[in-house]
Design a protein around this ligand. Sequence first.
Ligand SMILES: [Zn+2]
Length: 373
Amino acid sequence: MVLDSRQREMLRLIWRENRLSRWELHERMGVNPNAIGSEAAQLLELGILREAAPESVGQGRPRVPLEIDTATRDVVGLALSPGQVDVARLTLRGQLLGTPASKPVANPSELLATAKRLLKTVVDDQTLAVGISSPGFLDPEEHAILFSSVTGAPQPFDVNALFDAADGRPILFENDMHALAVRWLLTHQAEQSQDVLLVYVGDGRLGAALLIDGRPNRGCMIGANELGHTRFFVETEKCFCGQVGCLERICSTPFVRSRSAQNGFAANAAGLFERIARYDGQDSALEEMAQFLACGLSNAINFTRPNRLVLVSELTRYPRFNDLLLRSIRAGVLFALVDRVRIDVWDQPGAVSAETAGWLALAGLYQDGWKTL
Ligand SMILES: [Zn+2]
């Protein structure tokens, strides 16, 4: 099955407007009704579209709206993370089907066998495509993870076994930040033509993706834009990349704990987000972290001048800290850009998950510029 770009455009319009008749598709796309009819017939046959109850419009034949079929086919997401693999099943509208399953991976040598077993439990005849996400640098052509916290190894890590487990179904193998970015794009009905810099901030985990015209910026190899390994002259724990001072190590519980200790404060056992939740305007370690994070983000804005920065993090739940961070980011952005760049916050639980990996498969259905179904 290979969908052409006209079918993807049809699907994208129906995705956005929920229901459209063949006649409305003809009007919006400027494609003749016969061609629309045959494209629609194929998508109905594949179980991607279905016909909804007819709507009467004045006199004449009632129109039959087409909608995304959420019952016939599904997509599967598999997320590889350090020490863990997760799978989830989603409808073609991105609703979770059942409960995602998870397995621990004690040693990277067990990663493939565990992931393969887990994938086999969810892939069946209904499965249209599989999205596989991993942090780090990937080679989708060779089916390899080149460098990642998941494998911990400096040499390429072959993931062909996962492709075998999908029994010939299309697989979208992408960086986890790209998966998150396309999930944001499809759920926010954003302008496809805008450049979007999406940044995810977790405890000790920071990643970024840049979407240009709704397509991922691929650079010289497939990976997130390595904002997490932007380095500052500050003492941190050693990063898995081999350096110290990485932004990803700064935005972490160990960093704020050690800074509190150095500043002579009583030991603070709270985790990063717990401290952010309690932030009352007086926590110099958190404020120092916010300054480093803002510096990294404002420099990224100055360098890429995106239409939007989308900040995805639990921290955006807490207004006091969130305001401090956003003010500090704006203070570091060039005057010419500051009023033009829109900053959105997105508090998406389970942002890096199998559910998000499943959205990669949906990207292949609805978006151009991704590996297509
Ligand atoms: Zn690093």
